[in-house]
Design a protein around this ligand. Sequence first.
Ligand code: PDD
Length: 284
Amino acid sequence: MSRVVYVNGEYIHEEDAKISIFDRGFLFADGVYEVAAVIGGKLIDNDAHLRRLERSLAELKMGCPVPVADIPHIQRELVEVNLLDEGMVYLQVSRGVADRDFSFPKVEKPSLVVFTQDRPVSSSPKAARGIRVISQPDIRWARRDIKTVQLLAQSLAKQAALSAGADDAWMVEDGFVTEGSSNNAFIITTDGVLVTRQLGTDILHGITRRAVLDIAKQENLTIEERPFTIDEVHAAAEAFSTSASAFVMPVISMDHKTISQGVPGPITQKLRERYIELAMESAT
Ligand code: PDD
């Protein structure tokens, strides 16, 4: 079935949707995006995603063609018209169309594209068995806190993982894990301490990361926000990643070394269940 998508003010079928070859998102990766999960036709943590969109736009001095407060209306319209029960809504703002020039256009007319994707998120077979990750050098730019569409380094890292027979890559810089190809990385030490890298310009400030840390606090887990090494991952009791597209995803090996006896750990499973419960309760 052909989806209805949103392109610059119009709701149209995907085969009719067009963006100019001069769009700066296409030519310069001069665009930012957000992905919000949908369960039961409702958006998960959407306000937080839109706040991060505003921050990404501000950091790049980019406008938005509609007030950000109007975006939920577009997202809901697409969820409804495409009868989306579970999956995600992707939205992308780019600096728009201009003749190719490194400097910003004098008159900017940003583009907004929104579409839905149908896929299981709350009950994924991968979450039940856990995923295997490999380490990959983090070759990205220095402002990973801005959610830009320049995702080639992440795509290469993910593909390297698949080619190696694994499911995902955890990126490593100066001996420390930064984050996953499209998720934040966590370990739980044998002392039961939850460790994840602190916020900064070297990782994306994950919305799911924040929610899971809040749950961990409620569960009285000790939390350390600091960098951790591959050796610490190998020695960990449990490991997992978080993202809007996979929620809490157990990690059962890194670089072919087994973690948590090769099965999803109990704390990880508890955090996943609790996250899904709370996300569904507060979905909009
Ligand atoms: N990716 N780190 C990176 C590099 C990411 O691309 C993502 C999300 C995250 C997790 O952020 P959040 O919890 O807000 O989804 C961390 C999305 C899902 C994607 O690109 O499809």
